[in-house]
Write a protein that binds this ligand. Structure first.
Ligand code: NAD
Length: 404
């Protein structure tokens, strides 16, 4: 089989794509490719464009417990795939990532502050952005005055940047902007109601990503997290409503929010004297919403403890709100600061990734795209997780955000 391309990644037997990319037959002097990708036919609206161990759409959440091949493939007919193949062929980034955060309010501002004070996180540069120029300048001044006395490893370099510059330079871009966080005293739903206004806020970032051919990770922090991650995939690929497929690859979009759900559930496990065991075996699944499910042990769950942990995860934000404060400290620290460096390093984290056409929270790992890691699940756990996934597939379809 002829290989094309002289970079870290090469294509196997696809002269048509090689010509589109301007890649010739691989030279002997380039040595063996680290990643060899084979073309496959598939549906770019419903599955990752580039995958290791491809799972065809239609299998639902079974990917959470079965499958897992090793071969690399790409969808030959995904219009947006060339820019990602080019990115894969570049030399590995090493351990000095550039991260961008747009939206420096309570959540984004605290996350940026904590990351700016973290040495050894793997983040070399932190680019920050906010639509409020005064707030941005304040954060530049504040984070510019974070320093350590005669310490060896350097803290991240913090710089203000526009969205275009972020899309040119970032390995990972975090969207934490919001225009309508429901105020204290709001009864009922406080996340889904942000969908319309936050979709508007997101437009500028998606336009910049498409204009710059962004091939980094696009990570959603703002609520409703999974719906907005779905929106990022949908709207970047169908800016006028009809599918073009030239936007963000679904596996390079993710949601960062399950970390705090797990933190709230762990507090309940510790209160029950089960912290150590649950920290080793427990797992949450699903969205950053009152529908999340938490298990003390998915292979053999204790129903009473699962119920207590799930309730804690579902209601933790309301408990802080009832005290007269908007919750953001646990979220910024658990969902972002304690998650992002591990994610960039390729270690398992809690995040939402594209699972059979919709974003769904689970233990995940970044291989190239973000995808779930597998666990052994008891039959009743599989059933509950499947039901939740179907509910989310229906919701995304009703919102006009999927092509099912
Ligand atoms: N992922 C999680 O774990 C988690 C947890 C709690 C809250 N949240 C969500 O995070 C979001 C942010 O919450 P917050 O409390 O920080 O809100 P906030 O109101 O304190 O901050 C929002 C910031 O976004 C900025 N902004 C608004 N529109 C913008 C745009 N178009 N471009 C750039 N910046 C823009 C504002 O100037 C402000 O600084 C909300 O949607 C909230 O519900 C997520």
């Amino acid at each position: 089989m002829r290989l094309f391309g002289d970079g870290r990644a090469a294509l196997a037997g696809d002269p048509v794509m090689a010509e589109r990319l301007g890649w010739g037959v691989r030279k002997r002097s380039s040595g063996g490719a680290e990643i060899v990708l084979a073309p496959v036919d598939g549906d770019p609206r419903a599955e990752p464009w580039i995958a290791r161990g491809r799972v065809a759409p239609g299998g639902g959440v079974a990917v959470l417990w079965e499958g897992g091949g090793k071969d690399w493939t790409y969808l030959r007919d995904a219009p947006g795939v060339p820019r990602y193949l080019r990115r894969m062929a570049e030399p590995a980034r090493g351990r000095s990532f550039t991260v961008g955060i747009s939206g420096l309010g309570r959540v984004g501002g605290l996350a940026a502050s904590a990351l700016a004070a973290c040495a050894g996180s793997g983040i070399g540069t932190l680019l920050i952005h906010d639509c409020d120029g005064g707030n941005l300048e304040r954060m530049v001044q504040e984070l510019g005055s974070v320093a350590r006395w005669r310490a060896g490893s350097r803290l991240p370099q913090v710089e203000a940047a526009g969205l275009g510059e972020m899309m040119r330079r970032c390995d990972a871009f975090l969207f934490a902007a919001a225009s309508a966080v429901p105020p204290l005293g709001t009864e009922g739903e406080v996340r889904l109601t942000q969908f319309g206004p936050n979709r508007e806020c997101l437009k500028g970032a998606l336009e910049a990503a498409n204009a710059e051919g962004f091939a980094g990770l696009f990570l959603m922090v703002s609520d409703p997290v999974e719906v907005l991650a779905q929106t990022a995939f949908h709207d970047s690929n169908a800016p006028e409503g009809a599918w073009l497929g030239t936007g963000l690859a679904p596996e390079r979009v993710g949601g960062l929010a399950l970390g705090v759900m797990w933190g709230r559930a762990m507090a309940a496990a510790e209160a029950a004297g089960q912290g150590e065991r649950v920290a080793r075996r427990g797992v949450p699944y699903g969205p950053h919403s009152t529908e999340v499910l938490v298990y003390d042990d998915p292979a053999g769950p204790d129903p009473a403890l699962c119920e207590a942990m799930t309730r804690a995860a579902r209601t933790g934000n309301y408990r802080v709100r009832d005290l007269g404060f908007l919750p953001y400290i646990g979220p910024a620290l658990s969902s972002i600061v304690l998650t992002l460096p591990r994610l960039l390093a390729g270690r398992e984290v809690l995040a939402s990734s594209f699972v059979d056409g919709v974003y769904f929270g689970s233990p995940c790992r970044l291989r190239w795209g973000l995808g779930p890691t597998r666990r052994r699940l008891a039959p009743e756990v599989k059933r509950q997780v499947e039901e939740l996934h179907l509910l989310l597939q229906d919701r995304m379809a009703r919102l006009g955000l999927s092509w099912r």
